[in-house]
Design a protein around this ligand. Structure first.
Ligand code: PMP
Length: 360
């Protein structure tokens, strides 16, 4: 039985995509082989790769002058690739610290850049809010400003795009990309691990303004040099072909759903349904300031932590899987990425009410 899968990533994929993968697995588009068994330079694969890029550009309305790169190493490799490409060893860079992923990103930057300025730190709110738009302590001459639009563990999402005062704005969109329309032109660089809204793990997307490439510092490995990757159309080394192919199918599915405005409306409705249920109960709680609650990752706690284990077990028995919070924070977390239908959230809310009635 297929469950409603609330995992934070790798995460649920659209059923229609999985069925197509199954149907064409052993003979992919007349090649007589699976997509995993053909050359990344074959005509069939290059066509699929180009289609995925074209769909991504169309869905996000990526302006001309941006490179779209299909890389590996996850978002965490980008934590290092960004300073290597965009800053020198003696540069100053600005980081907004809004939670666990921001903190890991800035810790990695410290290995490559002399001055990592914390332009905002939400420690005082215990990482349950984002800085006020006017409250950023930006450095003059920063090589870039980095932030995490959606903190996957904390469930905190920026309701605005920060003003980086002319410095390139760099965004870790791992857990929010493709969840709604986006003004790509506001950013110097956007990156995301694929394994939430885009496809299987192993693929990492980078969208970078072309004037920011070609400046990698000496010593940067070629596979992490954006210009070198762009010059070889993301085939400098053998790309994760299966993940790239599945991402292409997910992008086709997104287009068929009506694109990112439709997804945005659906995602807003899903999140509202769950937050309303949490707020209406005295049993469940979400600590995040209302204006910056994530549409994608909803952490919540039960009034009595001793009920966590029965909650998870009974939820799983009801077909609601992977609701445990991140190992570093505990509690619960429901991730509501694009492929989670409203029916899944409705089923979760129904289960939560019923569990509270019986055990609360
Ligand atoms: N940034 C964010 C916001 C994430 O959610 C994650 C993974 N959950 C990462 C970075 C790390 O991604 P990866 O495992 O692909 O390196």
């Amino acid at each position: 039985m297929r469950v409603f899968n609330f995992a934070a990533g790798p995460a649920t994929l659209p059923l229609a995509v999985l069925e197509q993968v199954r149907d064409e697995l052993t003979d992919w588009r007349g090649t007589g082989a699976s997509v995993m068994e053909v050359s990344h330079r074959s005509k069939a694969f290059v066509a699929a790769a180009q289609e995925a890029e074209a769909l991504l550009r169309e869905l996000l309305a990526v302006p001309a002058g941006y490179q779209v790169l299909f890389m590996q190493g996850g978002a965490r490799a980008q934590f290092a690739a960004i300073p290597l490409n965009l800053a020198r060893a003696d540069s100053t860079v600005d980081y907004l610290n809004t939670g666990i992923w921001s903190k890991l990103a800035l810790a990695e930057a410290r290995r490559f850049v002399a001055t990592v300025n914390i332009a905002a730190d939400e420690a005082a709110s215990n990482y349950t809010s984002v800085p006020a738009a006017g409250a950023l302590a930006l450095s003059t001459g920063a090589a870039y400003v980095h932030y995490t639009p959606n903190e996957t563990i904390g469930g905190v999402e920026f309701p605005y795009v920060p003003d980086s005062a002319g410095a390139p704005l760099v965004a870790d969109m791992s857990s929010t990309l493709l969840s709604r329309p986006l003004a790509v032109s506001s950013f110097g660089l956007i990156y995301a691990g694929a394994q939430k809204n885009l496809g299987p793990a192993g693929l990492t997307l980078v969208i970078v303004r072309a004037d920011l490439t070609g400046k990698a510092r000496p010593g940067t490995p070629a596979v992490w040099d954006y210009q070198a990757v762009a010059d070889d159309h993301s085939m400098l080394n053998t790309p994760p072909t299966f993940a790239w192919y599945v991402a292409g199918l997910v992008l086709r599915w997104l287009k068929a759903q009506g694109g990112l405005s439709v997804m945005g409306e659906r995602n807003r409705a899903k999140a509202q349904l769950l937050y309303a249920a949490i707020d209406a109960s005295g049993f469940y709680a979400n600590p995040v300031a209302e204006k910056c609650r994530s549409w994608m990752n909803v952490p919540f706690t039960l009034a009595d932590p001793a009920l966590d284990a029965p909650f998870l077990a009974e939820a799983r028995a009801a077909g609601l899987a992977n609701l445990e919070g991140h190992r570093s924070v505990g509690g619960m977390r429901a991730s509501l990425y694009n492929a989670m239908p409203l029916a899944g959230v409705a089923a979760l809310v129904g289960f939560m009410k019923e569990f509270e009635r019986r055990r609360g």
